[in-house]
Design a protein around this ligand. Sequence first.
Ligand SMILES: Cc1cc2nc3c(=O)[nH]c(=O)nc-3n(C[C@H](O)[C@H](O)[C@H](O)COP(=O)(O)OP(=O)(O)OC[C@H]3O[C@@H](n4cnc5c(N)ncnc54)[C@H](O)[C@@H]3O)c2cc1C
Length: 558
Amino acid sequence: MPTLNPLALDAWRNERTFPVLTPAQIETIAAHGRRRKTARGDVLLDVGDRILHFFVVVSGEIEALRPAAGNETTIVVLTAGQFSGETNLITGRRSLSRLRVREAGEVIELEREQLLTLVQTNAELSELLMRAFILRRTALIAGGYGDVVVIGSAHCSGTLRAKEFLTRNGHPFQYIDLDHDADAQELLDRFHIQSADVPVLICGADNVLRNPTNAQIAKCLGFNDAVDQSAVRDLVIVGAGPAGLAAAVYGASEGLDVLVIEANAPGGQAGSSSRIENYLGFPTGISGLELTGRAYAQAEKFGAQIMIAAGATKLACERQPYSVDVGGGSRVQSRALIIATGAEYRKPSLDNLSRFEGAGIYYAATPMEAQLCVGEDVIVVGGGNSAGQAAVFLSERTKRVQIFVRGNGLSDTMSRYLVLRIEDNPAIVVRTHTEIVGLEGESHLARVRWRDNRTGQVETADVAHVFMMTGAVPNTAWLSGCVALDDKGFIKTGSDLSADDLVAFGWPLKRQPYLLETTQPGVFAVGDVRARNVKRVASAVGEGSIAVSMVHQVLQTS
Ligand SMILES: Cc1cc2nc3c(=O)[nH]c(=O)nc-3n(C[C@H](O)[C@H](O)[C@H](O)COP(=O)(O)OP(=O)(O)OC[C@H]3O[C@@H](n4cnc5c(N)ncnc54)[C@H](O)[C@@H]3O)c2cc1C
C-alpha cells in the first residue's frame, strides 16, 4: 500500500490518486512498452531528469522520494499494479522526484512518446492515468513538494507575481514569508541578498534567482525544454486563455501539429476569475484557474506543445509560412495562425499606479489576492461583471467592500444575478459617480483619495487594497500592421471586413475571408481580441474551437 502520510490523502482520494490496474489494463500497457527486471536500489528516474519514463509495477516495490539537504522523504511507495508519474510526464517538464526500487521485481517501462500514444488512443486508460496524474500534482502542490522555494513579502509586487506565475503553471513551491519568518533574514544574509532582490527563488538544487522575471523562472524550471522551436508547425496559437486553449485542444486532437505561445501563464483573464458561474455545465460555478488548468492538461494530453512566458513580439506576414518573433530572440514558423491574445485591464491614469501594482493595486481577485486583505477594507473599481464577481468574492473575506462606479448604478453594466447579490450583501457598499483621484503610501498602498463627481467633494481613507476592474484593451500591439483593426484596436474578421480593408491589406485570394479569418489568409482571430466578440468564456471557447475547422480548410488548399 502507498505511504499516505507525506501526501496526506483520504482513502477516497488515495484510491483515485494511486489506483491499482487490472491484469487486462497491465497487458494493454505492456503492449506499448517493454518489461524490465529491477534490483533493490535501482534509480529509475532522478530529480531534474528531462527524459521521463513511465513505470508500472508488475512485482516488487518502487518508491518516489524527495531528496533535500542530504535527507530523503518518501512521498509514496508503489506496489504491484500501481504506476509512476504525474503531470510532468504529459508536459515533458523535469522530474520533481526520485524513483527508486525498494523491493526487487519487474516493471513495465514506457518512454514518454509511447505513453502519449497510449493516452491518445485508449479512452479508458487515458481517463484513469490523467486523473491520477492531475491528483498527484494537486497533492504535490498542497504539500509544497516542488523544487522551488520562494522567499518574499506581501509588501513586494514581485512576490505576488512570482507566486501567481508558479500557481498558474501548476508548479508546486514552498513559500517563506519574510514578514513573519524570523529566520528568513538570516537565510538571505547567507546568500548575500539585499531587500531590492526580493523575491528570491531557490530553484532546483542550487540556483538562486534574485527578483527574477517570469521568463527567468520558466527557464530555470525548464518549462519550455521539451518544445522544438525549429519545426514549421501546422498551427501556431498565440495566447493560452480560454480561446487559445480551446483551439489547442481541437487542433491537437484532430491531428494538427500545434504550438501555443503564451506571454505569461496559461488561463488568460479567466484564470484571474474567482468563480465563473455562467459557463455551461458547472451549475455551482468553477474557479477560472481550475477550468483553464483542466483545459491546459487536456491540450497537452492531445500533444499540443505550450511555450510559457514567451510573448509574441512581432508577426512577419509578408511570406508564408508565417513567422512570429518570440521574446528572447527566438522565432517560430507556421502554415496557419490563430491569434487569441485577448485583452488586458485598462489602467486608469493615476500617479503612483505602477508603483503600487501588486502592492495594493490588483487586476485580479483570486484567493491569492484575497489572502492579502483578510479583515480589511477594500475598493473595487468598475461596474462590469468582473467587478461584481470580485466584490461578492472579496466580501466573504474582507471587512467591507466599496464598489466605485462613474455612472449612476450597476444595472446597465452588470448581470442581474450579481446586482441582486450585491444589493443583498451588507458588506458591500456601492458609490456611484465616484472615481479615485490619488494613491498614497510608502512600499505598499496605504491611503486612497476619491472624488464624488456630482458634488466635487474629495475624501481620503486608509485603504490598502484596490481592485481595478475597469474594462479591457486588446493585446494587438505585436501584430505590426499585418491585419485590419477596428477603431478600438480589436481585430476585424470574416464578414466584418470591408472591400476597402481587403484592398488596403492586400488580400491575395479570389475567395472572401472565412468566418474568423483576418486580412491575412490562414491567420484567424478568436476570443476577446476579436472585434464584435461577446466578452465571455463560452464565446472564447466556441470561437477557438470553430477556427480549427477553418484552419483545416486552409491547410488542405495551401
Ligand atoms: C476577473 C474576471 C472575471 C470574469 N468572469 C467571467 C465570467 O464569470 N463568465 C464569463 O463568461 N466571462 C468572464 N470573464 C471574461 C472572460 O474571462 C474572457 O472573456 C475570456 O477569458 C477571454 O478569453 P480569451 O482567450 O479570448 O482571452 P484572455 O483570457 O484575455 O487570454 C489571452 C491570453 O493571451 C496572452 N497574451 C497576450 N498577449 C500575448 C502575446 N503578445 N504573446 C503571447 N501571449 C499573449 C495573455 O497572457 C493571456 O493568457 C471574466 C474576466 C475577468 C478578468
